[in-house]
Design a protein around this ligand. Structure first.
Ligand code: ATP
Ligand code: MG
Length: 280
């Protein structure tokens, strides 16, 4: 009996957060690095379904770096990272789109639906939702720079209680495909939707300092210092850029959290301490 009362108390402790977050839009960037084992993937899906059922409007944007690497390796297509971005030639672009839009997008969508959600998987090509041009005049090949987010598809889905699951592929007026870094994609979507929160699930505790200790809060100045000293590197560069960008454009909070931790989303949202790094 004591155990059951404890469980009831834990559930009730989420009440103030549920009241605060009801009807608010949360964008969750589900990093490829956090999509590791089946248990974690199922935990993630159940957490998202729970948020949706308590009235939070959840939008998922996913990455897929690890899976893309493994398929590119199998096909012996080379791709290198510069400034944390995957330089994407025409062959790599085909694989990126196949893996993100075809494989991972549908896997996440199906998993959410298995746990009782009404999830719909789309990419930026659907209804031309994400328009892009080549970033830095093609320095990174088909890596795209988002020029427009047509949010009406997303808001329509949300108002009918669907969970949009977005693959970070964009298009242009000539129906080309662009590889968008998923962090920057999530940030552009969150900014356009004026989301309450954005959470980046990845494979570290958050942003770590030079001694590998977690930094729980970060401002723009400290981010710039950590970037120029090389402490923030690789895939963390577009992530902090994305987090800063959307906080500047009005998203209230950006959090980088550990997707390897079961129920990391709930720990961040429904506890006073939260987890990971908050950027403001
Ligand atoms: N200061 C730092 N603190 C924490 N991680 C860092 C830091 N600097 C660089 N990183 C690297 O950033 C990585 C996370 O970015 P990465 O792009 O690999 O994952 P992701 O964005 O979650 O996945 P995907 O790109 O597939 O969506 C970490 O695994 C870590 O190696
Ligand atoms: Mg990344």
């Amino acid at each position: 009996m004591q155990k059951s009362i404890k469980t009831a108390e834990i559930i009730v402790s989420a009440l103030p957060y549920i009241q605060k977050f009801r009807d608010k839009i949360f964008v969750i960037k589900y990093g490829g690095a956090a999509q590791i084992d089946e248990n974690l993937k199922n935990d993630f899906a159940r957490d998202v379904v729970l948020l949706s059922l308590v009235g939070i409007k959840v939008v998922i944007v996913h990455g897929g770096g690890k899976k893309i690497n493994s398929i590119l390796d199998k096909l012996e297509i080379k791709s290198e990272f510069v400034d944390g971005l995957r330089v994407t030639d025409e062959d790599a672009m085909e694989v990126v789109e196949m893996v993100l839009s075809g494989l991972i997008n549908k896997e996440i969508t199906a998993l959410l639906n298995k746990h009782g959600a009404k999830a719909i998987g789309i990419s930026g090509k659907d209804a031309s939702m994400l328009k892009a041009k080549k970033l830095d005049d093609g320095k990174y090949g088909f890596v795209g720079d988002i020029t427009d987010v047509k949010e009406d598809v997303i808001t329509k889905l949300l108002s009918d209680n669907f969970i949009p699951v977005i693959a970070p592929i964009a298009t242009d007026d000539n129906a080309n495909s662009y590889n968008i870094n998923a962090d920057l994609c999530a940030s552009a979507v969150a900014s356009k939707l004026k989301a309450e929160k954005i959470m980046f699930l990845t494979d570290t505790k958050g942003i770590l300092d030079s001694d590998k200790n977690l930094i729980s809060k970060l401002s723009e100045n400290s981010i710039n210092e950590l970037k120029s000293s090389g402490v923030i590197s690789g895939g963390m560069i577009p992530k902090v850029d994305a987090a800063l960008e959307c906080v500047k454009s009005g998203v209230k909070n950006a959090h980088i959290i550990d997707g390897r931790l079961p129920h990391s989303i709930l720990l961040e949202l429904f506890t006073d301490e939260g987890i990971g790094t908050m950027i403001r």
